[in-house]
Design a protein around this ligand. Structure first.
Ligand code: AMP
Ligand code: MG
Length: 330
């Protein structure tokens, strides 16, 4: 073969490799950002996901905006402002939406979920500073006037029965931020995506024609899966006693507080809720965690289009009837 022919052949081969590589479908686009005290991953599974790069950035920015609006740790947040305010205080339409979800779950759970728990949560030091076990007297003081009827929302105004009630949306706002990120991606034309904030997530569409398979963290075995769920277009949110805790005098104290006792809720290890919206799933998971396996399961069962699984304090697992269709055990 002449030298020219060899060169042409080699060149042709290189061109073939180049076009073959270009033609190969690219994998999903996955990006992470540190937000709301956890790692958030947004993954786009559409064909040519690179064209949604800006949409992913916008979705992250939206979650950061919601964190600034609804965080109890930030003095300038709207939640901090309405917590400081006295009598009926105007709230933005957006915060009102999240408060409505919180108040709905508060009523449905007989106050086990309580968005007015900010004073107690601060007292335990879960929002900032050093966590510590408060004295009995401090706890009793922080619980005064915080029943489920102490907050009402009317015409965009929040009424507090007591000026000192401090709003904490920590059990629902992360879910709302996930919902908003998914809505932004959907509005940008994304059809298949997941927004995962430290294990709390919502899925947009399915994953290339098949359901997404979501592992539920085992509450007592690190890096082990308790069960797997096959879901599409839904939110899956988990509350667990292993997520945030501190130890004092050999005892473990976690961040989900029972508004009836003022101490960490003791009836569950973990609750996972599946719902259309992550905000609702988030609030329900926290509520069911406080209520425990019997009443918690009742709450999940009676809420429409919601499924869930509860690991009781003794390790027993109970779940809603509809979960059977989507759960796989290891
Ligand atoms: P989650 O991880 O969604 O279960 O929410 C826990 C967070 O919600 C805590 O860090 C607190 O900010 C807040 N929280 C704790 N206990 C309750 C409760 N009983 N009702 C409402 N919010 C709570
Ligand atoms: Mg929650």
């Amino acid at each position: 073969m002449s030298r020219l022919a060899t060169t042409i052949l080699l060149f042709g081969f290189l061109l073939f490799i180049l076009f073959w590589r270009l033609d190969e479908p690219s994998g999903p686009l996955s990006r992470t950002r540190m937000l709301m005290g956890t790692v958030v991953e947004i993954r786009v599974d559409d064909p040519e996901p690179e064209r949604f790069r800006d949409a992913v950035t916008a979705a992250f920015d939206e979650m950061a905006r919601i964190e600034r609006l609804m965080s109890l740790h930030l003095a300038k947040s709207e939640v901090s402002r309405i917590s400081r305010a006295g009598e009926p205080v105007e709230v933005s339409a957006e915060t009102a939406t999240v408060l409505r979800t919180a108040l709905k779950v508060s009523v449905a759970s007989d106050g086990a979920f309580n968005p007015g728990l900010g004073r107690l949560i601060r007292l335990w030091g879960f929002t900032d500073g050093e966590p510590r076990v408060p004295s009995k007297m401090e706890i009793e003081e922080a619980l005064v006037g915080i029943g489920p009827e102490s907050l009402t929302l009317e015409d965009g105004k929040l009424f507090k029965s007591d000026r000192s009630i401090t709003i904490d949306l920590g059990g629902v706002a992360k879910g709302y931020a996930i919902d908003r990120a998914v809505e932004m991606l959907s509005a940008a034309g994304v059809k298949h995506a997941s927004v995962n904030a430290g294990g709390d997530l919502r899925l947009l569409g399915d994953r290339d024609g098949t359901p997404w398979r979501i592992g539920i963290q085992h509450p007592r075995k690190k890096d082990a899966v308790l069960a797997t769920l096959s879901v599409a277009d839904r939110a899956v949110v988990t509350s667990g006693d292993y997520e945030r805790f501190f130890e004092q005098a050999g005892r473990r104290y976690h961040h989900i507080l029972d508004p009836y006792t003022g101490y960490p809720a003791e009836r569950c290890q973990e609750v996972t809720v599946v719902a259309d919206s992550a905000a609702l799933a988030d609030a329900l998971a926290t509520a069911a965690f406080v209520l425990g396996p019997e009443k918690g399961l009742e709450l999940l069962q009676k809420t429409e289009k919601v499924e869930g699984l509860i690991v009781a304090a003794d390790g027993q697992v109970v779940f809603t009837s509809g979960l059977q269709e989507i759960v796989q055990w290891p």
